[in-house]
Write a protein that binds this ligand. Structure first.
Ligand code: SAH
Ligand code: SF4
Length: 440
């Protein structure tokens, strides 16, 4: 979502004469768009800011003019005043819900009225103020449909930094999708912190859910592939599971975080489901779409996690079998309920060791999944040139990166590719036509 937001900031600034630079040392303005989800992510803000200050000094010394430094995103939202105090060279600090006001903020700074700190949650959503051409124009592009979260998992800052759940209206999303497709997009990923909690209004005032939205989007000519992320198990409704069987543009890949496998930990996390309920959802999804690839998020070392609780997570992973996954050591976040469980913190070395075991298992599953495609043919959306001569990089229906030997004019096409090698993080293959030619 930060990638999406950063691109929208560039869109907003373009009528003011700004364009993207490839390196910060050419920039008249640098916006650091930040993440607050774990401590490491937020610490990076201050080290990156120090680096930007050095870049600015060098640029000024070389006669390259001034550089305005701004901080956006969730660290800005949570620690705005602290940033201005610790990094006085920063001119603007604004949260994820107010970046549409960038032109006004810039005007304020250039008038010399001091620093701008805007961490409000405005009543009018920012989407109403974005210019019509503020869309992702990539072949595989993002579209934010929902933001914020009301779930309040005990470890998570999102409800505090991104704010309450908000869904954009269905016509607004359809319209944005059409403009994206007209601009060349072939694959759309619907974004939301809780995307399957989507409940936007239709033109006639009816409330629509994510399944309704998926059906409507699937009717747009030119949309070849549709995905959505991130979903919460509680909102994996029957109709949404069935959409994975019935909607052909919906890709057979789902990111459905479970975080942990122990019911005790799931309850302490306030996830509001058990390990078996999650297994049940996966079983149902696979009954509708047997080849569905699954991805997840895992937290190890949540306060109070015993070896047995951790083993429950490992067992759940063995039962589900993931095609890929993200895993993290628990990181206490200020203001969240879990951060107050001080007496129950799991020692750092235990977290490190458990994470290593968990990642080894996930890697094993990922390699096994990738190898299972060797010798098979599948449609790959060819997205960009690879580093090697004559190589293109594309995306499989199951979200794998696929390296293909192909002439560059095929970028943008969906090509049938025969996989000859499944590796840990990617697949290698050849175009089906050329493999037939080779065979002939
Ligand atoms: N809305 C999504 C996740 C959003 S945050 C969901 O409900 O699953 C992305 C991931 O970061 C989470 O799934 C979780 O695994 C991880 N995460 C969030 N807070 C964390 C924390 N305090 N420590 C470690 N990992 C965390
Ligand atoms: Fe955070 Fe996701 Fe839980 Fe919301 S549902 S609080 S975003 S982990």
């Amino acid at each position: 979502m930060n990638v999406y937001d950063s691109a929208r900031m560039a869109d907003i600034l373009s009528p003011l004469g700004y364009s993207l630079t490839s390196t910060p040392d050419q920039a008249d303005m640098a916006i650091l768009n930040t993440c607050h989800i774990r401590e490491k992510a937020s610490e990076k803000t201050f080290s990156e800011l120090g680096r930007l200050r050095n870049t600015r000094r060098k640029k000024e010394a070389a006669g390259g003019g001034d550089m305005l430094i701004a901080v956006a995103g969730c660290v800005a939202q949570a620690e705005g005043a602290e940033i201005i105090k610790r990094a006085p060279y920063v001119s603007m600090v604004f949260g994820p819900q107010s970046y549409h006001k960038l032109p006004e903020m810039l005007a304020e700074v250039s008038r010399g009225s001091g620093k701008v700190l805007d961490t409000d949650f405005p009543v009018e959503p920012k989407f109403d103020f974005l210019p019509a051409d503020a869309i992702d124009k990539n072949l595989s592009a993002f579209l934010t449909v929902q933001e914020g979260c009301d779930k309040f998992c005990a470890f998570c800052v999102v409800p505090y930094t991104r704010g309450a759940e908000f869904s954009r209206s269905t016509p607004e999303i359809i319209d944005e999708a059409k403009r994206m497709i007209d601009a060349g997009t072939r694959e759309i990923t619907l974004l939301g912190q809780n995307v399957n909690a989507y409940h936007g209004l239709d033109g006639d005032g009816t409330s629509r859910n994510l399944t309704d939205l998926i059906y409507k989007l699937s009717e747009i000519a030119g949309l070849e592939r549709l995905r959505y992320m991130t979903s919460h198990p509680l909102e994996m409704t029957e109709d949404l599971c069935q959409a994975h069987r019935d909607v052909d543009v919906l890709m057979p890949y789902l990111h459905l975080p479970v975080q942990a496998g122990s019911d005790k930990i799931l309850e302490a996390m306030n996830r509001r489901h058990t390990g078996d309920q999650y297994r049940g959802i996966i079983e149902k999804l696979r009954s509708y779409r047997p080849d569905l690839a699954l991805s997840g998020d895992f937290i190890v070392g949540f306060p109070g996690e015993t070896e047995q609780d951790f083993e429950d997570t490992m067992q759940l992973i063995r039962d589900v079998k993931y095609s890929q996954a993200y895993s993290f050591k628990y990181s206490p976040r200020p203001g969240t309920p879990a951060a107050a469980l001080e007496g129950q913190m799991v020692p750092e070395d235990v977290k490190t060791e458990r994470l290593a075991r968990l990642q080894a298992l996930l890697n094993e599953q990922q390699i096994e999944f990738n190898r299972s495609f060797e010798g098979k043919t599948m449609p790959v959306l060819l997205e960009r040139a690879g580093k090697r001569e004559g190589q293109l990089i594309g995306r499989s229906p199951y979200m794998q990166s696929v390296y293909v030997q192909s002439p560059p004019h095929r970028i943008g096409r969906i090509a049938e590719v025969t996989i000859d090698e499944g590796n840990a993080n990617s697949l290698r293959g050849i175009l089906k036509s050329s493999s037939t030619e080779n065979a002939a």
